[in-house]
Design a protein around this ligand. Structure first.
Ligand code: 5GP
Ligand code: ZN
Length: 117
C-alpha cells in the first residue's frame, strides 16, 4: 500500500535501522543522514519515514510531510552552519534519481554553478 515500507527499498531499511547510516536528525516524520557519496562538503539526505517514489507523489498523498522535509532541510543547514545551500529533489531516472523513496538532498559548503549540468 502507498506509504507503507517496501521490502526492496534501501531508504525504508535505513528508516527501520536495518542498514546503518550516519544520522544527523530525526523527527516523528523524517530522518536526515549523511550521503554515502558526498557531492559537497555537506551533503545530507532528508527523507520521509513513509515510502513514496518521489517528492511529487509524497506531496499528493501527505503534503504536510513535504513541509516537514523542507523545515528539516533548513534545520540541517543551520546545524551545519551553511549560509548558502541547495535543496535538490531528483525526480525520475533521467534527472539522476537512483533511489525511488522520496528524498531531499541538502548540499553546501562550496560554491555552486547554475544550472548544475
Ligand atoms: P538520488 O540519486 O536518488 O537523487 O539520490 C540517492 C542518494 O543516495 C545518492 O546521492 C547516493 O549517494 C545515496 N546513497 C545510496 N546508497 C546509500 C547508502 O547506503 N547510504 C547512504 N547514506 N546514502 C546512500
Ligand atoms: Zn522506501
Amino acid at each position: 500500500m502507498a506509504g507503507e515500507p517496501q521490502d526492496d527499498c534501501l531508504f525504508c531499511k535505513i528508516v527501520a535501522g536495518q542498514i546503518p547510516a550516519t544520522l544527523v536528525r530525526e523527527t516523528d516524520t523524517t530522518v536526515a543522514f549523511r550521503d554515502i557519496n558526498p557531492q559537497a562538503p555537506t551533503h545530507i539526505l532528508v527523507i520521509p519515514k513513509v515510502h513514496y517514489r518521489d517528492a511529487a507523489a509524497l506531496a499528493v498523498a501527505e503534503p504536510t510531510v513535504v513541509a516537514d522535509l523542507l523545515r528539516e532541510a533548513g534545520e540541517v543547514a543551520g546545524e551545519e552552519k551553511l549560509e548558502s545551500y541547495r535543496v535538490v529533489f531528483n525526480t525520475g531516472s533521467g534527472a539522476g534519481q537512483t533511489v525511488f523513496h522520496a528524498h531531499a538532498h541538502v548540499l553546501g559548503g562550496r560554491g555552486m554553478q547554475w544550472p548544475p549540468g
